[in-house]
Ligand binder design. Structure first.
Ligand code: GDP
Length: 458
């Protein structure tokens, strides 16, 4: 560790300008960037709510809005016009569901907020993991309609799984939109009932009470999204902030700008000019136009020809930024989703064998040695298996309960070794949080989440 620190310091000296100074010079006067993921059960109203919010904030042109209004009238589903603001592809419209991570942004008093929209359909949880892996904070949307909240929250509904997933992926601040409250005539009783149920669950999931805010609203009517409430029934009992104010109050996590560059790739595509593009989030460090970087695990050198944040070209991007990068010097077919752009000196560890501390939440058959899983690490999905069960720990204290347990059941916490079918870029959680988390899934169900505690040399 000391050695690493020394290397960081020498790197900083070479660069001459302290990365933190660079960061504050570049971003200082500007609003801070905040990345938000929107989660919740299918049909909770996520797209409608975010679409309406963007329209109210003037992020959508009158012309586009008019077009969507006409189109949605034509198919007799006028309420869909707001949802379309976020769902841009034809396929999503036909299916009436949000499929992939659409992007949009808006501003609050103190922040530039970038939305990583999450899909609501069960099949798309892998995409959601990508979104949540990049998020600073989450907005959980629940449908307050009688019966609907219950079906989204009870076993099989996605409310619980999404909340557990984002927490396991490191998100610790949450806004909960208690949505569609227009269908209950703005009932305070209903609002309180939902808040009470969710509070108990969210606490168990690992959210602190003080990091969770509940907001009554309606994505459809726009009530309490960006303006003070106007519904008399709501005004009678609600004196709190609107959704925009809640988002503005989120804390922006510290950006590790002085650590060596790490950017995990979640998309590879042909750009408009020469070369090709990769997109992803800078977890650590700074990326400049013209930088020579290493594409890992293949360790090929490439040059950054262009950089863009949310489609706007920039010369420099920092830890926390979601960027697209035009690369040259490496072939597009040699770069895949899940690869990492790394500092050429302090190279990201590459291995197929590591130790993790797992929380098991949902297995039909207890985990034993050799248990096969799909490993999700950022956007990467690889076959893997649990090669060793090393210790069973006490859930709340972390103390050792048993060495070499024979199996792991639901709600257990354990230290295990995991072997992946091929080498991947991975970090210990204590070094780089975002690259030190894994999710394990089996037949479409998330069975466990883990933190990487040790990395073995292949
Ligand atoms: P998503 O799957 O979570 O993105 O949900 P959508 O935004 O597509 O909404 C699902 C359905 O709920 C659509 O028919 C919407 O018109 C409807 N809806 C969304 N928000 C509200 C709301 O605040 N009130 C009412 N009454 N209906 C809503």
């Amino acid at each position: 560790d000391n050695f690493d620190e020394l290397r960081f310091t020498s790197k900083v000296k070479e660069n001459k300008v302290d990365p933190h100074t660079k960061f504050s010079n570049e971003r200082g006067s500007d609003k801070e960037y905040l990345y938000i993921v929107v989660i919740g059960h299918v049909d909770a109203g996520k797209s409608t709510l975010m679409g309406h919010l963007l329209c109210e904030l003037g992020e959508v042109s009158k012309r586009t809005l008019h077009k969507y209004e006409q189109e949605s009238k034509k198919i007799g589903k006028q309420s869909f016009m707001y949802a379309w603001v976020l769902d841009e592809t034809g396929e999503e419209r036909v299916r009436g569901i949000t499929m992939d991570i659409g992007r949009a942004q808006f501003e609050t008093k103190t922040k530039k907020v970038i939305i990583l929209d999450a899909p609501g359909h069960a099949d798309f949880i892998p995409n959601m993991i990508t979104g949540a892996g990049q998020a600073d904070v989450a907005l959980l949307v629940v449908d307050a309609t009688r019966g609907e909240f219950e079906s989204g929250f009870d076993l099989g509904g996605q409310t619980r799984e999404h909340a557990l997933l984002v927490r396991s992926l490191g998100v610790n601040q949450l806004a909960v939109a208690v949505n569609k409250l227009d269908t209950t005539n703005w009932s305070q009783e209903r609002f309180n009932e939902i808040v009470k149920k969710l509070k108990v669950f969210l606490k168990q999931a690992g959210f602190k009470d003080s990091d969770v805010t509940f907001v009554p609203c309606s994505g459809l009517t726009g009530e309490n999204l960006v303006k003070p409430p106007s519904e008399p029934e709501l005004l009678e009992w609600y004196k709190g902030p609107n959704l925009l104010e809640v988002i503005d109050k989120f804390n922006v996590p510290e950006r590790p700008v002085s650590k060596p560059l790490r950017m995990s790739i979640n998309d590879v595509f042909k750009g408009t000019g020469s070369g090709f593009c990769v997109a992803g989030r800078i977890e650590n460090g700074i990326l400049n136009k013209g930088d020579k970087i290493l594409v890992c695990p293949s360790k090929e050198t490439a040059e950054v020809r262009n950089l863009a944040i949310n489609e706007l070209s920039t010369n420099i991007a920092f830890a926390g930024d979601q960027v697209s990068v035009t690369l040259s010097g490496v072939e597009m077919q040699n770069v895949s989703v899940g690869y990492v752009l790394s500092d050429p000196v302090n190279i990201v560890p590459v291995t197929s064998h590591f130790e993790a501390r797992l929380v098991v939440f949902n297995v039909k058959v207890p985990i034993t040695k050799g248990y096969p899983v799909l490993l999700h690490h950022q956007s990467l999905v690889e076959s893997a298996h649990i090669s060793k069960l090393k210790a069973l720990l006490n859930k709340s204290t972390g103390e050792l309960l048993k060495k070499k347990p024979r199996c792991l059941g639901n709600n257990s916490v354990a230290v295990v070794d995991i072997k992946v079918c091929r080498p991947i870029c991975i970090e210990r959680y204590k070094d780089v949080k975002e690259l030190g988390r894994v999710m394990l899934r089996v037949s479409g169900v998330t069975i466990a989440a883990g933190l990487v505690t040790d990395i073995y040399v292949d």
